[in-house]
Design a protein around this ligand. Structure first.
Ligand SMILES: [Zn+2]
Length: 373
């Protein structure tokens, strides 16, 4: 039922339309044409204006032929750099870029699969319930697009994001919540040679504090990191300022709060012992996803995979995605592996067979939901 040549052509057309985060105007126009050309209603939200980008998030509502609960499929239309001037080619069943850019299968393979599924439903008059397709912007810039989306616009009872690495069949059921943590130290400047005793060295105070703080893997569910350190003004001045950017992640919110408090308290205590002043800013980035095999959104995905001969694999990841935001927004959501490889590099590729499997997965989930109701 899936038209392999059509999905390849659509995929290649889309990846060759540059859509680096914030510059999604052209791909938005293409997608508007694709969906409205199929007689579907597309809503663009105000996120583009809020983020100073070219496009908002797109929401496509597809009415059901049958009465069933609404389900959501989601993907993002933006890419990382280098994403201008992409030329895709197909050889031996694999689609790659010319090697000087990314390919953009992250995440246009997902969009191609969604559009192909829509075509197959219509051509074959397959009975289905109501569907919602959400195509976000600025995902690669810290999930900004989905964070600005108003989830009260949705009717869906569960959601599938198609944006995970791993073979088709991969179902990400667990991902962490995350805090961004910025540590600042205020010391006192002085001439380093003439009167260092008058100064308070912010860099040294930070160093003493950081040495007492946990870093790396804390336990099976929890990690933290110190990623950037900057400070001081000159070699011969006692440094009066230093700041550090770090993060903490955990699969459970209480554990995230606990580790964040520990990091914050240790930092402030140790800096104060050095006579300097500390400030710690914590920003909550996104919620955890912690689903079990018994949850409906997972069970439906497992059955959908099995019914098309894929081996479902329930997995946990250390990263966030639009699934974190959608799940946090109250719609149970898993992230599905779509077979994209080496993403965010110029060696990115996807196999045609995986592109086709992605479309089959979307169709199979739709069928399973229809059976359930
Ligand atoms: Zn992605």
């Amino acid at each position: 039922m899936i038209n392999q040549q059509r999905i390849i052509d659509n995929f290649i057309t889309m990846v060759e339309i540059a859509s680096v985060s914030g510059k999604e105007g052209k791909i938005r126009d293409y997608l508007l044409g694709e969906f409205t050309g199929r007689g579907l209603q597309v809503l663009e939200d105000q996120t583009g204006d809020m983020l100073n980008g070219e496009s908002g998030n797109l929401l496509v509502k597809i009415p059901g032929i049958l009465e069933a609960e609404t389900i959501l499929f989601a993907a993002h239309m933006d890419t990382v750099e280098p994403g201008e001037g992409i030329e895709a080619s197909l050889a031996d069943g694999v689609i790659i870029s010319k090697g000087n850019t990314i390919l953009g299968s992250d995440d246009k393979a997902a969009i191609a699969a969604m559009i192909e599924a829509v075509d197959v439903l219509r051509e074959n008059k397959i009975p289905h319930g109501p569907l919602e397709l959400l195509i976000t912007v600025c995902e690669e810039q810290g999930l900004k697009g989905s964070k600005h989306f108003d989830f009260t616009r949705l009717d869906s009872v569960m959601a599938y994001v198609l944006d995970a690495g791993g073979d088709p069949g991969t179902i990400i059921t667990q991902s962490p919540c995350q805090n961004e943590i910025e540590y600042k130290v205020y010391g006192k400047p002085a001439h380093a040679g003439m009167n260092p005793e008058r100064g308070i060295n912010a860099i040294q105070a930070a160093a003493m504090a950081l040495a007492r703080m946990p870093c790396g893997r804390i336990d099976q569910d929890t990690t933290c990191n110190l990623g950037i350190i900057e400070g001081g003004t000159a070699r011969n001045i006692v440094a009066d300022y230093c700041h550090i950017k770090g993060e903490a992640r955990s699969l459970t919110r209480p554990r995230l709060d606990e580790i964040t408090e520990l990091l914050k308290d240790t930092f402030i205590d140790e800096v104060q012992k050095q006579g300097a002043r500390a400030e710690v800013d914590v920003k909550f980035l996104y919620s955890e996803v912690k689903l079990s095999p018994g949850d409906r959104v997972v069970k439906t995905a497992v059955r959908a995979m099995e019914s098309i001969g894929l081996i479902p694999s329930l997995e946990s990841t250390g990263g966030g995605s639009d699934a974190s935001i959608i799940h946090g927004g109250g719609i149970p959501c898993v992230n599905l592996g779509i077979g994209m490889n080496n993403v965010h590099t110029c060696a990115e590729y996807i196999k045609v067979e995986d592109l086709v499997k992605d479309a089959r997965i979307v169709l199979s989930i739709i069928r399973e939901v229809t059976k359930e109701d």
